[in-house]
Write a protein that binds this ligand. Structure first.
Ligand code: DX5
Ligand code: ZN
Length: 227
């Protein structure tokens, strides 16, 4: 079974108490802290930049999974790496020189990932899979938390897992958007193993309970895959 990882998205946290919120998901057993960076150009929303990531870095030792939904990502890779990102994810749709971006991320000593929007075919990552630690398949259109899981992406998750297995690679598949107890089994059953959840964690009273329920749902689906 691939390692199941739960990555709460701080986009749904209370930004007025961000340090406390990050310490709370850390104590609640998250594996990664997922940080959504939006620029108002690639996606229709604006969020946070390197200084906030540096503040999150001071609140936890857990790996920071930084999802860049920005154009001109190359210009900022070093700033996000220095701010404390452990894993840096760029969007294929916003990266004209994707292979070079991934080489830069790795040269900075960070794990490299590529994200695909729901409508972007897997072909966009086929020739860079060997440069990757993770592929992030968006299961909503990026920009906002609290949207509904797009079921058409499930077939894309399955096709990617099949290709990774066939090529003998060790690449994680992360899904992001609309992941909740009611949808996680579908994504995990298709072969996703890293799960971003914003509203499903921060909208719950009990963060540990929410993270535990997601993990249990994903693990059960992976057990069924194996049998
Ligand atoms: C959307 C972001 C997500 C978002 C997920 O563009 O990339 O990480 O916060 O939120 P939920 O889990 O509420 O769909
Ligand atoms: Zn995200």
């Amino acid at each position: 079974m691939a390692r199941i990882l739960v990555a709460p998205s701080i986009l749904s946290a209370d930004f007025g108490r961000l340090g406390d919120e990050v310490r709370a998901i850390d104590a609640a057993g998250c594996d990664y802290v997922h940080v959504d960076v939006m620029d108002g150009h690639f996606v229709p929303n604006l969020t946070i930049g390197p200084p906030v990531i540096a503040a999150v870095r001071r609140a936890t030792q857990k790996p920071l999974d930084v999802h860049l939904m920005i154009t001109n990502a190359d210009r900022y890779l070093e700033a996000y790496a220095s701010a404390g990102a452990d894993l840096i994810c760029v969007h294929a749709e916003a990266s004209p020189h994707l292979h070079r971006s991934l080489q830069t991320i790795r040269a900075l000593g960070k794990k490299a990932a590529v994200s695909l929007n729901p409508a972007t075919p897997l072909e966009a990552v086929r020739y860079v899979l060997g440069e990757l630690d993770m592929v992030l398949l968006m299961t909503v259109n990026p920009g906002f938390g609290g949207q509904s899981y797009i079921h058409a992406v499930t077939a894309k998750i399955a096709a990617l897992r099949q290709e990774i297995t066939a090529r003998g690679l060790a690449v994680d598949i992360e899904v992001d958007g609309g992941i909740a107890p009611g949808t996680i089994a579908e994504a995990a059953g298709a072969g996703a193993n890293v799960f971003v959840a914003g509203s499903a964690v921060f909208g719950a009273k009990d963060y540990a309970g929410a993270i535990g329920a997601l993990r249990a749902g994903a693990e059960a689906a992976w057990q069924r895959r194996a049998t």
